[in-house]
Design a binder for this molecule. Structure first.
Ligand code: PBG
Length: 327
C-alpha cells in the first residue's frame, strides 16, 4: 500500500499540522550555558574566536546569570581563567580562586540557578595539559589527587553539580569518594564520559589560553574513530558513580549520543563545543548560513539523537527564540 494511497506530504500541509506531529521539541530547560570567569572587577573581554562570548569578572557574571535564569535556562557551567598558572595548576584548588568565589557569589545572588563547575586543571597549568606532567608524560593517579582537592573546594563553595572533564582513569570514583567522605553524598556528578580528542575545542583553548605547550591530548582524550570504546567509557563512569554522562563534542558524534541513549537509562548530556559554535557564527557572518536556523537545527539534531541536556554557547540566543515562538 504505497503511493498513491500513501502520501507523506499530507501531514506537512500546514504549520499547525506539522506542529502536531513534530517528534522532537527543544526547550530552554534542556540547555546549560557555559561561562568563562576571570578575576578583577567590571571586566568583560570578548573572546575573539567566539563572537558574542566573553570572559566575565564575578560582578558582571552575576548580571549575566540573572538573565540566564529569566530566560528559563536551569544552569550555567563555569570555567575559570586564573590570574596565575603553574606546573601543578595550584590555582585550581585554591579556595579563594576565581571559580569558588564565583560559585559563592552566584549561590548568594541568584540562588535558584544551578551552578555546575568544570573540574579539570588544564586552565590552571602552564603546560596546558589536563594532568600533572613528568618527563613529558601526563600522570594519571597523581592527577586524581588534584581533582579530589578541586572537587572538594567547589563543593564547599556551594556548587550544585561537578563536571570532571580531564579524562583521567578513575576520576569519577575518586571524586565520588572524596565528596562522600566530606558529607557531600547528595552532590551529583556529570561526567564528561566520552570526550574525544577534537580539533573543535580550539576556540575554547584560545579563550582559556589552555592549548598544550607540548604534544597533544591524544594520550587521554578519545580517538574520534572509536564508538565502542566510548560506550566502555560511559559504562565505567556509571560504575564509578556518575549521575549524568556526557558526550563531547556533539554534532560530529551524534552516533555516539544515539548509542549511549540505547545503552543507559541515565540522563545524557551533549556539549556543543566552542568550534561548533564558532563555525556557525563564522558562516553566518560571511552570509553563507542563516545563523538562527543553523543554531536551531544543530541543537534539535543533538536532542533528536538522544541528549537530554545540551551545553551550548547558544543557550541564551536559543532560549530567547524558543520563548518567542511556539514550536
Ligand atoms: C577541559 C575542557 C575543555 C573544554 C571543556 N573542558 C578543553 C579541552 O579539553 O581542551 C572544551 C569546551 C569547548 O571547546 O567549548 N577543561
Amino acid at each position: 500500500m504505497a503511493f498513491p494511497r500513501q502520501r507523506m506530504r499530507r501531514l506537512r500541509e500546514s504549520e499547525t499540522l506539522r506542529r502536531m506531529v513534530r517528534e522532537t521539541r527543544l526547550s530552554p530547560a534542556d540547555l546549560v550555558y557555559p561561562i568563562f570567569v576571570t578575576g578583577g572587577r567590571d571586566r568583560r573581554q570578548e573572546i575573539s574566536s567566539m563572537p558574542g562570548q566573553y570572559r566575565l569578572s564575578v560582578d558582571l557574571l552575576v548580571k549575566e546569570a540573572g538573565e540566564v535564569k529569566l530566560l528559563g535556562i536551569p544552569a550555567v557551567i563555569l570555567f575559570g581563567i586564573p590570574d596565575r598558572k603553574d606546573e601543578r595548576g595550584t590555582a585550581a584548588y585554591d579556595p579563594d580562586g576565581v571559580v569558588p568565589r564565583a560559585v559563592r557569589t552566584l549561590k548568594d545572588q541568584v540562588p535558584d540557578l544551578l551552578v555546575i563547575t568544570d573540574v579539570c586543571i588544564d586552565e590552571y597549568t602552564t603546560h596546558g595539559h589536563c594532568g600533572l606532567v613528568k618527563d613529558g608524560r601526563v600522570l594519571n593517579d597523581e592527577t586524581l589527587e588534584c581533582l579530589r582537592a578541586m572537587a572538594l573546594i567547589h563543593a564547599q563553595a556551594g556548587a550544585d553539580m561537578l563536571a570532571p572533564s580531564d579524562m583521567m582513569d578513575g576520576r569519577v570514583g575518586a571524586i565520588r569518594d572524596e565528596l562522600d567522605r566530606h558529607g557531600f553524598s547528595a552532590l551529583p556528578i556529570m561526567a564528561y564520559a566520552a570526550k574525544f580528542a577534537s580539533c573543535f575545542y580550539a576556540p575554547f583553548r584560545d579563550a582559556a589560553d589552555s592549548s598544550p605547550k607540548f604534544g597533544d591530548r591524544q594520550s587521554y582524550q578519545m580517538d574520534p574513530a572509536n564508538a565502542r570504546e566510548a560506550l566502555r567509557e560511559i559504562d565505567l563512569d556509571i560504575e564509578e558513580g556518575a549521575d549524568i554522562v556526557m558526550v563531547k563534542p556533539a554534532l560530529p558524534f551524534l552516533d555516539v549520543i544515539a548509542a549511549a541513549r540505547t545503552r543507559t537509562t541515565l540522563p545524557i548530556a551533549a556539549y556543543q563545543v566552542s568550534g561548533e559554535y564558532s563555525m556557525i557564527k563564522a558562516a553566518a557572518r560571511a552570509g553563507w548560513l542563516d545563523e538562527s536556523r543553523a543554531m536551531m537545527e544543530s541543537l534539535l539534531s543533538i536532542k533528536r539523537a538522544g541528549a537530554d541536556v545540551i551545553l551550548t554557547y547558544f543557550a541564551n540566543e536559543a532560549a530567547r527564540l524558543l520563548n518567542e515562538s511556539r514550536t
